[in-house]
Each structure stands twice: as structure tokens, then as C-alpha cells.
Ligand binder design. Structure first.
Ligand code: PGA
Length: 260
């Protein structure tokens, strides 16, 4: 992190019902409200967004949807539009998570289309990229991430890029307890920053937030967040307990304070 404000984001995935989500959201809002040097975000299920978006609208906590559709409205059974999300008071969305890509068939093109549409509609987007285990073992990680990024970035205007955060999540590290080493993560983040600089200019390359995701925990957060090009974390498992999530946010707050 060099002069960038760290972002600690919790991706709750398909966990917690309405009551459980609201309880956890309140504990996160309460436990992180004194942190002035970082941003904290939670991403509950669609079902809980309405209640959490409304009840916590006067807190500093950022709230994101986990997905969205790229059309305004229409015959898309089971899908959720950006206008529906916005009506809950939420203006952040995670797009292209590897589970969406692998389990729900979202190609690089679909992910790029959703990201473009969300940014065009003034949403803040966390766009996810990352390689599979097989791709890493074949040393194709840079090629894969470059292609994902090229597809996302090629159509974005300068104004749209301002609201884009990238999350690098090696698929082999998600939910497996296997984290990328700080060196592996830093190497890829540096690479991502270079690609962004090449496509969108050096200033954007320097300022864009790049989060690391994949088994981030209380145990490894400090080492990861201390890397120069890591600007925060996208956290799955450890975001489901207030103690671990708020603890990681506290570590980030300390790092930000020291460096700021
Ligand atoms: P994990 O998930 O922290 O449980 O590995 C991260 C993610 O999928 O965003």
C-alpha cells in the first residue's frame, strides 16, 4: 500500500439468512466504526441487501451485491438488475468472482460486459481475476490474468475506471486454507498494476486499488497487507465471524495509520 486507502471487503457468498446477516452487519458496523484510515465493505446475499442497506445507511460501512445482470430489466427469470440493487441504497457490486465464472458459466466477455454496464451506471465495482491451480502449475497465471484484465479494461473510459477496484483471487487459494505467499501475491499485484498502467495510463496504474483474496485470515493478513502493491483484501470464510473480520480490519487500520 503506497498512499492508497486500504479496503477490507467481506464476501458472504451463499451464507446467513436475513436475521443472521443483519446481526453480523450490525456487529461489523459497530466494531469498525472507529477506523478512520480504511474502508470496510460487506457483501450479503441479495435477500438481505434491502434490510441491511436501509438500516445501516447512516453508518460508514460500504455494502455490495455479489452479482448483477447487464440488462436494465426484462424477461431474465431469477436475475437482479442494478436498479433493483440501487433501490436498496447499495451502489457497490462484486463482479466476475471465480465461483460465478466456474459454476455459473460467466466468461471473460460476460464479466467485462457486466463491469462496463455497472460502471456506466455509476456503481463501484470489485472486478475479480485469478488463475486456476492447473494454470498456475503450467505457469500460465500471468497470461490468464492478462487476458481477463484486457477484456475488462479495453472498453472503459477514464471516468469509469475511477470506480473500479480489482481483486486478485487465485482460484486454488479460495476456501482451501492455502494462501498465496506474500511474495506470490505481491508479484501478481505488481504485474496487474503494470497492465493497468499500460492500458489506462500510469496514474491509473498507481492509484487503482488491487485487493488480494484467497484464504485471508487473522493469521496471514498482516504479512499480506504489508506488501507494497496489496491495497486490501476480499475475504470469504473469515468474513462470516465478526471477530475475525473486524480483527483483520483492525490490522489494516494499524498498517494504514503507520504508513499514512
Ligand atoms: P476465502 O474466499 O477467503 O474463503 O478463501 C475468498 C473469496 O472467494 O472471495
Amino acid at each position: 500500500m503506497i498512499g492508497r486507502r486500504l479496503l477490507i471487503a467481506g464476501n458472504w457468498k451463499m451464507n446467513l439468512d436475513l436475521y443472521g446477516s443483519y446481526q453480523l452487519a450490525k456487529m461489523v458496523a459497530e466494531g469498525t466504526k472507529s477506523f478512520e484510515n480504511i474502508d470496510v465493505l460487506i457483501s450479503p446475499s441479495f435477500i438481505s441487501l434491502g434490510v441491511i442497506g436501509q438500516k445501516l445507511k447512516d453508518t460508514e460501512l460500504l455494502i455490495a451485491a455479489q452479482n448483477c445482470h447487464y440488462e436494465e430489466s426484462g424477461a431474465f427469470t431469477g436475475e437482479i438488475s442494478l436498479d433493483m440493487i440501487r433501490s436498496t441504497g447499495v451502489n457497490w457490486v462484486i463482479i466476475g468472482h471465480s465461483e460465478r465464472r466456474a459454476l455459473f458459466g460467466e466468461s471473460d466477455e460476460i464479466v467485462a460486459k457486466k463491469i462496463k454496464y455497472a460502471l456506466l451506471n455509476r456503481f463501484h465495482v470489485i472486478g475479480c481475476v485469478g488463475e486456476s491451480l492447473e494454470q498456475r502449475e503450467n505457469r500460465e497465471q500471468e497470461e490468464v490474468v492478462q487476458k481477463q484484465l484486457d477484456t475488462i479494461l479495453r472498453d472503459l473510459s477514464e471516468g469509469e475506471l475511477e470506480n473500479l477496484v480489482i481483486a486478485y483471487e487465485p482460484v486454488w487459494a479460495i476456501g482451501t486454507g492455502k494462501t498465496a505467499t506474500p511474495e506470490q501475491a505481491e508479484e501478481m499485484h505488481e504485474f496487474i498494476r503494470k497492465i493497468v498502467s499500460k492500458i489506462a495510463g500510469e496514474d491509473r496504474g498507481k492509484s487503482i486499488l488491487i485487493l488480494y483474496g484467497g484464504s485471508v485470515s487473522l493469521r496471514n493478513a498482516e504479512e499480506l497487507l504489508n506488501q507494497t502493491d496489496i491495497d486490501g483484501a476480499l475475504i470469504g470464510g473469515a468474513s462470516l465471524e465478526a471477530e475475525s473480520f473486524n480483527g483483520i480490519a483492525a490490522i489494516a487500520e494499524d498498517i494504514s495509520k503507520e504508513q499514512g
